[in-house]
Write a protein that binds this ligand. Structure first.
Ligand SMILES: Nc1ncnc2c1ncn2[C@@H]1O[C@H](COP(=O)(O)OP(=O)(O)O)[C@@H](O)[C@H]1O
Ligand SMILES: [Mg+2]
Length: 261
């Protein structure tokens, strides 16, 4: 507990980069983390030190192995990773079919991981509405939506805010948080859009992450920004997002517990 999925209406916005770096930040704050890659691109592992030629992953085993806890790899930082893996198109197709057609498939696969007290389970998803997002949305405790400070994200905002993006959950307060990524104060339009998004999303904004080349450079050396360049802007921003996420989770857990009585 808890299960958190990282999503976005469009691709290339920084979901994978933020998932890996957020995982590191959370672990550093004392919260053990397991990350799961639901994207066939299989890139999440690269941010966490798993080598390019290491094709291990859970997807090829998922239809037969009902407990994914056994399929995780432990990285040097202690973060556990379930890489998508380098698998055949047939294996991907079968996996997607299970996600779509077996309503309890994901919950059963994650049962052991979600039963570990305090363990944060962070799921990185492919962009847009997918079988993975649908299955995760059904059981997630919290959803992170990554937006860019650009006009494309603004155009998607009404749909996202109306809950059109999540089929199972209401996109209500407490269960959805937004990260505004690639903020650049030197660009007027970027700055205006950042302000607009902050005003529209209010307390649901988990934080902003500045555009920072160190994130791409850290990936090139298969590290998070925290070990690559700990004093850079993105490291500070992501640390702030992690702290706010923990607060939000504590708040929503307290709210859930209180509403049971
Ligand atoms: N805050 C940022 N500053 C600079 N580059 C970034 C930032 N966030 C992501 N990127 C870059 O954007 C590209 C897409 O990121 P990625 O995490 O793969 O996106 P997604 O998973 O949403 O497709 C990568 O080249 C990554 O290095
Ligand atoms: Mg990605």
């Amino acid at each position: 507990m808890p299960l958190i999925c990282v999503t976005s209406p469009k691709g290339g916005v920084g979901k994978t980069t933020l998932t890996a770096n957020l995982a590191y930040a959370l672990q550093r704050l004392g919260h053990p983390v397991v990350v799961i890659d639901f994207d066939v691109q299989n890139a999440l592992r690269l941010h966490l030190g798993i080598q390019l030629n290491d094709g291990r992953g859970y997807v090829a085993h998922a239809p037969h192995q009902l407990n994914w806890s056994r399929l995780s790899l432990t990285t040097q930082s202690g973060i556990r990773v379930l890489p998508y893996g380098d698998c055949s198109a047939e294996a991907s197709h079968l996996f997607e079919r299970h996600l779509r057609e077996s309503p309890n498939f994901l919950a059963e696969a994650l049962r052991d991981l979600l039963a570990v007290p305090g363990l944060m389970v962070l799921a990185d998803t492919p962009p847009g509405p997918t079988a993975a997002l649908d299955a995760l949305d059904r059981i997630a405790d919290f959803r992170i939506v990554v937006l860019l400070a650009d006009s494309g994200s603004v155009s998607q905002l009404p749909k996202v805010m109306q809950g059109g993006f999540f089929r199972h959950s209401r996109s209500g307060l407490g269960s959805v948080g937004y990260i505004i990524n690639q903020v650049d104060r030197r660009r007027r339009l970027n700055q205006d859009i950042t302000e607009f998004l902050r005003a529209r999303l209010g307390g649901q904004v988990l934080g902003m992450v500045h555009r920072d080349e160190a994130l791409a450079e850290a990936l090139a050396t298969q590290q998070t920004v925290f070990t690559f360049e700990p004093t850079t802007a993105a490291a500070h921003d992501i640390d702030q997002v992690a702290r706010r996420l923990v607060q939000q989770l504590e708040h929503s857990q307290a709210y859930r517990e209180a509403s049971q009585y």
